[in-house]
Design a protein around this ligand. Sequence first.
Ligand code: AMP
Ligand code: MN
Ligand code: MN
Ligand code: MN
Length: 277
Amino acid sequence: MDTKYDLHSHSYYSDGDLSPEQLVIKAAEAQISHLALTDHDTVEGLNEARLAASKHGVELINGVELSCTWENQLVHIVGLNISSSDPLLRAIIEQNKRRRLNRAEAMFEDFEQNGIELRDSVQELLVDRCVPTRPHFAEALINQGYAKDKKQAFKRFLVRGKPGYIPMLWPNLNEVGKAIVASGGVAVLAHPMRYKLTRTKLCRLIADMVSAGIKGMEISTASTDRQQVIMLSKLAEQFNLYSSLGSDFHSEHQPWARLGQAAPLPKTLTPVWEAFN
Ligand code: AMP
Ligand code: MN
Ligand code: MN
Ligand code: MN
């Protein structure tokens, strides 16, 4: 059978819309043979995803997308083929969940100071899932008529200088890299184009992450064009990185990131799954 990989996706255990099982069913429909569930700062969905995957003929790769701070900037590191029970990884995940809960509290207060009460509507969206994300706040803002869509919510609120923005200090590259490696996983830099770094700065980030044991980078995503794939492929070769691909699927309402949408990796690269054992 042909293989098709999508190594970056979200369920409703973080900021996705679908349950892990619904996600796996969508993957099977999209002829994805290997799917990684990579929720933000949680591994809560992996068991459900694994059960569903064996039922629907999909190979599930355990994943997580960890928030990380590098040079005062938020970067996302995806851990693939992790063991979700590793104590060091669990500790980092628990820390980030705690940070998210504290941030949510500070966000509620900041919104209140701006005359906006979001507590109930955010709590309603989260039910008993414990990873509050900015998209949950965006949805609550839309539901209450403060924004017409997520794009507008992330323009008027939730970003630097706007109501609801709380600066965060996440763990650094070394902490994150170490925890993923300790769990037997491979760490990759998520969506490198998203940070809008100069080439010099991107090279510095890559050098720093390699020192932290982060050995891969996403080359193909739903939003990278051919030129960007070529540019990133050169960097992957130059720094001897494993290459990953993933759609970063969150929701059927985001047609710009459909499940399975990332183009296949250039054949000259070393795919990250060669590092899975
Ligand atoms: P958080 O990790 O809670 O700070 O939220 C980050 C998430 O917000 C990202 O993973 C995206 O899914 C989402 N996000 C960030 N910026 C935007 C935007 N401009 N429009 C829609 N979603 C966004
Ligand atoms: Mn997200
Ligand atoms: Mn991300
Ligand atoms: Mn993501």
